[in-house]
Design a protein around this ligand. Structure first.
Ligand code: ADP
Ligand code: MG
Length: 221
């Protein structure tokens, strides 16, 4: 379960350019939910997602994942939580261009002490789950946008996280490819994962079981 109580985020706190990006956010998301976060550009969607992903801090309130309070944690602890519980997917795929699909999916396993053969097997399984096993040895910059996003999703699920966070995952894709990627998120959700998708696209949001709207750093709906 994910729980935010009264979370506020201020960029550049105590400087002249301080900016309050989130104000008193309260959200509870149960395991296995499929949630869209919508709102206009600059509303604070990515900021919220980065806090959920434990890659950004917040100034006040509390954020819990299960029973762990994500606050004042060491970098090591945060890295552990991210690695075990969270898979992240970005709009621009964030793949290493001159790595193969397999090498990209392998990245989150870099710190794992398992045997390379076991790691490879895990990666191939993840690529299979997104329909990309045939492309394992293709260089990622030679893939289409939709294929790149599938590889990025394989990378996000390779550690079998319970939570998948996606920031405008279909923002760079045509509408047919967007629906295919959305089908993939839905199947990950059907398999029991919590999936949270930031999106501009109402067609994507409508397919989520719950929609959270955020405006000027506040939840309005
Ligand atoms: P969205 O994803 O909804 O478009 P963001 O969460 O990226 O919005 O940004 C929310 C607001 O916070 C915007 O006004 C943006 O300019 C500001 N902001 C985002 N990141 C930073 C940062 N690192 N420093 C200062 N302001 C930021
Ligand atoms: Mg954004």
């Amino acid at each position: 379960m994910i729980r935010l109580s009264n979370v506020s985020k201020i960029y550049n706190k105590e400087k002249s350019n301080a900016f309050q990006a989130l104000t008193n956010i309260n959200i509870e998301i149960q395991d296995g939910e499929l949630v869209a976060i919508i709102g206009t550009s600059g509303a604070g969607k990515s900021t919220l997602l980065h806090i959920l992903a434990c890659i950004d801090s917040y100034e006040s309130g509390e954020y819990y994942i299960d029973d762990t309070l994500i606050k004042n944690c060491s970098e090591k602890k945060l890295a552990q939580i991210r690695n075990k519980k969270i898979g992240m997917v970005m709009q621009d795929f964030a793949l290493v261009d001159d790595f193969s699909a397999l090498q990209n999916v392998m990245l989150p396993l870099d710190f794992s002490k398992s045997k390379v053969s076991e790691k490879k097997e895990k990666c191939l399984k993840a690529l299979q789950a997104v329909g990309m096993e045939k492309f394992a040895h293709h260089q990622s910059n030679k893939l289409s946008g939709g294929q790149k996003q599938r590889v990025a999703i394989a990378r996000a699920i390779v550690n079998e996280p319970s939570i998948i966070l996606a920031d405008e995952p279909t923002g760079a894709l045509d509408s047919k490819t967007s629906s295919e990627i959305m089908e993939l998120f839905k199947s990950l959700n059907d398999a029991g994962r919590t999936v949270i998708i930031v999106t501009h696209d109402m067609k994507i949001a409508q397919q989520c079981k719950r929609v959270i709207r955020i405006e000027d750093g506040k939840i309005v709906d």
